[in-house]
Design a protein around this ligand. Sequence first.
Ligand SMILES: Nc1ncnc2c1ncn2[C@@H]1O[C@H](COP(=O)(O)OP(=O)(O)O)[C@@H](O)[C@H]1O
Ligand SMILES: [Mg+2]
Length: 347
Amino acid sequence: MTTPAMHLAQEPAPSRAAGAPDDDRPWWRLERWWGFATGIAIGLGDLALTLLLGIRFEMNGLDVTLAALALYGGTFAAAGLLFGLVLEARRRDRRAAAIIAAQMETVAATRARLAQSEKLAALGQLAAAIAHEVRNALGIIRSAAQGLNEGLPSNDADAQRACSFITAEIDRLGSVVSSLLSFARPPRLAPRSVPVEALFEQALLLARQDLEAKDIRVVRPPRARTALDVRADSDLIVQVLIGLLANAADVVPRGGEVRLDAHATGAGLVEIDVADSGPGVPEHLRGRIFEPFFTTRDKGTGLGLAVARQIVEAHEGRIEVAERPGGGALFRIALPEARVERMGAVA
Ligand SMILES: Nc1ncnc2c1ncn2[C@@H]1O[C@H](COP(=O)(O)OP(=O)(O)O)[C@@H](O)[C@H]1O
Ligand SMILES: [Mg+2]
């Protein structure tokens, strides 16, 4: 829904402001008629005052008071009309300027998005090519290290430790390569109606180890509150949630908490919150953490949130970070609600 073309199409048509002579107000609210009416009113006022004061206009012995006042009144009315037209033109100019400014902003934003997605596409291709090469080599190195390890004399502890370092680091590189690959490949969705509860359940099951290792308490709202269905690819959204939980587990101090929640926005979206009691994301970094390769962690890849955003946006949803009330990070994912489908014939 948020392709650049759609964005532009949603802007007000420029011809309305720049080309069309009138704006969309009803005629009686246009300044020109107010100016005209004011001119006539002043003319009538002058007439009444002149008659009241007994002033008379004469020309060649004829009383031309009424004609003279009608002439004045007409002039006032014309002046009022002109003044009104000038005000309308100024108003139109201001409107046109505002619309042009808004369009320039949209065009700039679209251009930036396009540049970003082109950069990502190129980066993705490069990453995929390298990752494939690296993955093959890693596989060979790993099995060679394992072979070496098996051939080592059992009393050579140093060599055995070295071998286990090699395999552990290869496994870490392997997971970096996997996240690179999943970033490079645009996610292929198989969306269906999924209960948010099921997503929470699955994600917690898989992230439990990380959370338990640091005694992190997981707080979930009562089931009834999160009895919502989203239209989503459950595997991919679970992957996003696991990433958020892993990030939380990384920063939350021992004994802290992670809070899951969900609510419908009423606009056809369900917002899923993952909040933690960690240090939060500093305001100046909030715009950057979703960029690929942005990380503040020594062993981070900076791909977790970039992949998360890619997945959520493929669902026509969005992901944002904010500050959790009371401190900590609050990640909010908005996904399309599946309610419409449930009420229809599909369910
Ligand atoms: N829950 C969080 N609290 C504070 N900072 C976070 C949190 N989650 C992510 N971040 C910040 O966002 C950065 C990017 O995260 P991510 O894309 O998952 O990459 P990585 O985990 O490899 O660093 C992290 O390095 C960290 O600075
Ligand atoms: Mg991460």
